[in-house]
Design a protein around this ligand. Structure first.
Ligand code: ATP
Ligand code: MG
Length: 200
C-alpha cells in the first residue's frame, strides 16, 4: 500500500472506531434480554447452548427445557448435565406425534410449562433456554398469551432464549434480539445422516 492510501485507510478506521466507541458509551442499560433464534437453517439450538457455556463460564446458574420428543440424548445434554449450576428438563417425553392424542399432548405441554414457570420465577437463574418452544405454540398446546405473560413477568436480570422454527410474530415483537437462521445448504439433503457432534 502506498502511504497516501494507508493514511486514508487509517483515517477511515479512526472515524469508524469513534462511531463504535460512541455507541458502546451510549449502551449502558443492564438487564435481562429475550432472544429468539428461529428460521429453517441449522444453528438455533447449538447457538443457545453456546450461550449456556458462556453463562456457566461467568459463574451463572441456568435452566434448560426441551420441548421435543423421541430424540436420543444429545451431546449437549450429556455434557451440560454434568456441569454444576445447570438444571435440564425434557418436557416432550409424552408428546404423541404417532397417536395424535391432542388431549394428552396439551396436558403434557401444560405440565411442562409449570416447570418452565418455576424457572421463570427463579431469580437465581441467570439464563433460561426454552429449546423448540415454538412447536407447542404452533400446535396450540400452549397458549401464546400466557406464555408471553410469564416471559414478561420474569426477573429483570434473567436472560431467556427461545429456539425453534416459525416463531410467532407476537413473540418476535416481545423479544430484544431475534436471529433468523437461513437454510442455504444442509448435508442432510445430500443423504448424510445426522452426525454426532454436529447434529446431535
Ligand atoms: P442445531 O441443533 O444443529 O443448532 P437447529 O436447532 O437449528 O439445529 P432444528 O430445527 O432444531 O435445528 O433441527 C435439529 C436437527 O435437524 C439437527 O440435527 C440439525 O442438524 C438438523 N437440521 C437443522 N436444520 C436443518 C435443515 N435445514 N435441513 C435438514 N436438517 C436440519
Ligand atoms: Mg433445535
Amino acid at each position: 500500500m502506498n502511504s497516501e492510501k494507508s493514511q486514508r485507510h487509517n483515517a477511515r478506521m479512526a472515524r469508524k472506531k469513534a462511531v463504535i466507541d460512541e455507541k458502546i458509551q451510549a449502551s449502558d442499560i443492564n438487564r435481562g434480554v429475550l432472544l429468539v433464534l428461529t428460521g429453517n437453517g441449522k444453528g438455533k439450538s447449538s447457538s443457545a447452548f453456546g450461550m449456556l457455556a458462556r453463562s456457566l463460564g461467568h459463574g451463572m446458574q441456568a435452566g434448560v427445557a426441551q420441548f421435543i420428543k423421541g430424540r436420543d440424548h444429545t451431546g449437549e445434554e450429556v455434557f451440560f448435565r454434568r456441569q454444576p449450576g445447570v438444571q435440564w428438563h425434557l418436557l416432550g417425553e409424552g408428546f404423541t406425534w404417532e397417536t395424535q392424542n391432542l388431549v394428552q399432548d396439551i396436558a403434557t405441554a401444560r405440565r411442562g410449562w409449570e416447570k418452565v414457570r418455576e424457572m421463570l420465577q427463579d431469580e437465581d437463574l441467570g439464563l433460561v433456554i426454552l429449546d423448540e418452544l415454538t412447536y407447542p405454540l404452533k400446535y396450540g398446546w400452549l397458549e401464546l398469551e400466557s406464555v408471553l405473560a410469564d416471559l414478561t413477568a420474569r426477573p429483570p436480570m434473567q436472560h431467556v432464549i427461545v429456539t425453534g422454527r416459525g416463531a410467532p410474530e407476537p413473540l418476535i415483537e416481545l423479544a430484544d434480539t431475534v436471529t433468523e437462521m437461513h437454510d442455504t445448504k444442509h448435508a442432510f439433503r445430500a443423504g448424510v445422516k445426522a452426525q454426532p457432534g454436529v447434529d446431535l
